[in-house]
Design a protein around this ligand. Structure first.
Ligand code: IMP
Length: 182
C-alpha cells in the first residue's frame, strides 16, 4: 500500500493521520448501521462534491438495501446585504418530497455550508434528513449542524487525502494526512 511517511503538497508537508484500512473499517460500520436504520425506506443519498466522492462511493458500494444516490455541488455567491453569502445546490434534480434523505459530506468544519444548505433541503419536505459525515472538527464548528452519523471526530487541524484537497491537490491519496506541525 502506498503510504509515504510525509507528503509535500504545494508548500506544505503532511504526515499520515488515518490509514486507508482504518477508513474502510469505519465506513463498513457506517454502512451496516445505515442498512439497518433505512431498511425498507428507500433512502436517497445526496453526496456533496467534490470532497465526498471517495467516501460516497465507498459507503454506497456497501449499501445493500434499495437506495438511490445523486451528486451535487454547492456554490456560494454573495447575495444581498441582508442575505450575505447564499449557497445554492447545482445538480439537485431529484424530487425530495416524502423521501428519507441522507447527506454524505466529507467534513463538517465550521458547519457554515451545511447550516445554510439543510434549510433549503427542508423546503422540499423530505420525510427525514440525516447528515453522514466522514470527519467532524467539533472545535471548529461555529454553526450548529445536526450530525446523525460521523465516522471520525478530529482535532481542528487541516487534513487532506481520500477526496479532500489542499488547493486542488492531494485528493488521490488513499488515506488521510494531517498538516505537519514544524
Ligand atoms: P464548513 O462549511 O466550514 O463546515 O466547511 C466545509 C468544507 O470545507 C468541506 O466540505 C471541505 O471542502 C472544506 N474543508 C474544511 N476543513 C478541511 C480540511 O481540513 N481539509 C480539506 N478541506 C476542508
Amino acid at each position: 500500500m502506498h503510504n509515504p511517511l510525509e507528503v509535500t503538497i504545494h508548500d506544505k508537508i503532511f504526515v499520515p493521520f488515518i490509514s486507508a484500512e482504518k477508513l474502510q473499517e469505519k465506513i463498513q460500520e457506517l454502512a451496516a448501521q445505515l442498512n439497518r436504520d433505512y431498511a425498507g425506506k428507500q433512502p436517497l443519498f445526496i453526496a456533496i462534491l467534490n470532497g465526498s466522492f471517495m467516501f460516497a462511493a465507498d459507503v454506497f458500494r456497501q449499501i445493500t438495501i434499495e437506495a438511490e444516490i445523486c451528486f451535487i455541488r454547492l456554490s456560494s455567491y454573495t447575495g444581498t446585504a441582508s442575505t450575505g453569502q447564499v449557497i445554492t445546490a447545482i445538480g439537485l434534480d431529484v424530487p425530495l418530497s416524502n423521501r428519507p434523505v441522507i447527506i454524505l459530506e466529507d467534513i463538517v468544519d465550521t458547519g457554515k455550508t451545511l447550516s445554510e444548505f439543510l434549510p433549503q433541503i427542508q423546503l422540499q419536505q423530505p420525510s427525514s434528513v440525516a447528515v453522514a459525515t466522514l470527519l467532524h472538527k467539533p472545535d471548529a464548528t461555529r454553526f450548529p449542524v445536526p450530525i446523525q452519523y460521523c465516522c471520525f471526530s478530529i482535532a481542528n487541524k487541516f487534513v487532506l487525502g481520500y477526496g479532500l484537497d489542499y488547493n486542488g491537490l492531494g485528493r488521490n491519496l488513499p488515506g488521510l494526512y494531517q498538516l505537519k506541525v514544524e
